[in-house]
Design a protein around this ligand. Structure first.
Ligand code: 4AD
Length: 439
């Protein structure tokens, strides 16, 4: 007999079905047993008259919760049953994946253990409906990004993650032994998406792993994360990239809202707002003025950069002033931007770059890139890079390369912001941080 998903049971009233899933709870009464079964699609109540088969009743009683069981029985309409108004009258019962008791993390418990403990037992933690939902939302969001790109003639690339030289700055670099030599884990697909521009691909995207040897313990940093990257040619400025990005994010939010609105309200208490476009834009110079006005002091060691507290203070200001959850912070000073960002012709100390702040958290960095070989080379020297080690990259700009720009977006940062999660560790399949490599 074929397995029926719990969500589809209503189409089978009066029929015999097979349902398989986790035994969530068992209520053992004098004459009857009520089991709640859970599969990915939902919950269902299963009822059994003990007198029908006392030996089977005993087997049911002895099954630890969270075991995987297979049940056959008849679906009956029963309006008094709280779960969807139907139940299965059990005929056969089999334990196909027994659980040991006690279970180290009960996914149905009201009180949650600490995040660290939950990460130790992540596969049990992920049985909780909000966590399952998070990955459904992630799937919808990624599909929406792809749909949007495909509608706009993008080509997908998969760039290597083992590199012979660093892909961003020299910082935050993981070194690995590579036979007789050293390799580095890619800090972003930056160089290779620009290579695709030099190859004439015009519009590319990549969804793939990014590695950062960042030793900090914050609520939004990981040492490995999924990057959503794109790059487009024939732009006039970073403004073209920002316009594309805001329209795409609006599309992604709408798709997520259409697919999961009610569940997101139920499990995360979030009423998802599809952002209006254009997003507000403020220059770094304006941002510093605003922070002064609201009395926020950036720590002095940040020199030209804005710390997370500053980003939140600006987000509050934008929310009050424009009632918007998103804003672009544009025109960053060259001191805090990589060598490949293009500079403003009339203000050479400023880059044609942006960050996107969503609900107070930076989720995207982007820019127009410098595509003129000599200028790019000079900027690399200024930043103290070894020209020899990046000559392969500089070569992309020697034989005709269109003006281009793009961005990198952290997938977990986006989910964290969308679902209002307190920590990025909740927004990823398995968190990787300075002291977490297992499981
Ligand atoms: O700001 P980042 O470092 O920019 C780049 O990688 C550029 N190559 C992007 C570009 O095309 N200009 O990283 C981009 C995004 C950040 O905005 C953030 O969302 C995410 O990647 N990110 C992280 N997410 C989790 N943990 C970390 N340690 C992250 N570092 C960056």
């Amino acid at each position: 007999m074929e397995r029926t998903k719990i969500a589809d049971l209503r189409q089978h009233i009066g029929e015999k079905v097979k349902v398989q899933g986790f035994l969530q709870t068992l209520r053992d009464q004098k004459k009857m047993q009520f089991l709640i079964l859970r599969d990915l699609s939902g919950l269902v109540q299963v009822a059994f008259w003990k007198a029908n088969d006392p030996a089977l009743a005993e087997k049911i009683s002895a099954t630890p919760t969270e075991s995987v069981v297979s049940v056959t029985g008849t679906v009956v309409d029963n309006p008094i049953v709280k779960l969807g108004g139907l139940e299965i009258q059990l005929e056969t019962y089999e334990v196909i994946g027994p659980a040991e008791a006690p279970i180290p993390l009960d996914p149905t418990a009201e009180a949650l253990p600490s995040i660290d403990y939950r990460l130790d037992w992540r596969f049990l933690d992920m049985r909780r409906p909000p966590v399952t939902l998070l990955f459904k939302v992630q799937t919808t969001a990624e599909a929406a990004f792809r749909e949007y790109w495909l509608k706009h003639d993008f080509i997908e690339i998969h760039s290597p993650k083992l590199m012979g030289s660093p892909s961003e700055s020299g910082a935050e670099l993981f070194e690995v032994q590579y036979f007789e030599t050293k390799a580095y884990l890619a800090q972003s697909p930056q160089f290779y998406k620009q290579m695709a521009m030099a190859a004439g691909f015009e519009r590319v995207f990549e969804i793939g792993p990014v590695f950062r040897a960042d030793p900090s313990f914050t609520s939004r940093h990981m040492t490995e994360f999924t990057g959503i990257d794109m790059e487009i040619s024939y732009i006039e400025s970073h403004e073209d990239v920002m316009r594309f990005l805001e329209n795409m994010l609006q599309y992604v939010y709408q798709r997520v809202k259409d697919a999961h609105d009610e569940e997101i309200k139920q499990h995360f208490g979030v009423d998802l707002r599809v952002p209006s476009v254009p997003f507000p834009r403020i220059t770094m110079a304006q941002a510093l003025e605003i922070l002064k006005e609201v009395g926020y002091q950036i720590p002095p060691e940040k020199k030209g950069d804005i710390d997370p507290g500053g980003e939140r203070a600006l987000a509050d200001y934008i929310k009050r002033t424009y009632d918007h959850d998103f804003f672009y912070l544009i025109d960053w000073p060259i001191s805090v931007r990589p060598f490949y960002h293009m500079r403003h012709a009339d203000q050479p100390h400023l880059t044609k770059s942006f960050d996107l702040i969503a609900n107070g958290t930076e989720i995207v960095t982007g820019a127009q890139r410098e595509h003129r070989y000599e200028i790019l080379r000079q900027q690399a020297i200024e930043k103290g890079l070894s020209i020899q080690s990046i000559q392969f990259y500089l070569d992309f700009f020697r034989y005709g390369c269109p003006p281009h720009g793009g961005f990198g977006l952290g997938l977990s940062r986006l989910l964290m912001v969308m679902l209002n999660l307190p920590n990025i560790r909740e927004a990823v399949f398995l968190f990787r941080g300075p002291n977490r490599l297992h499981p």
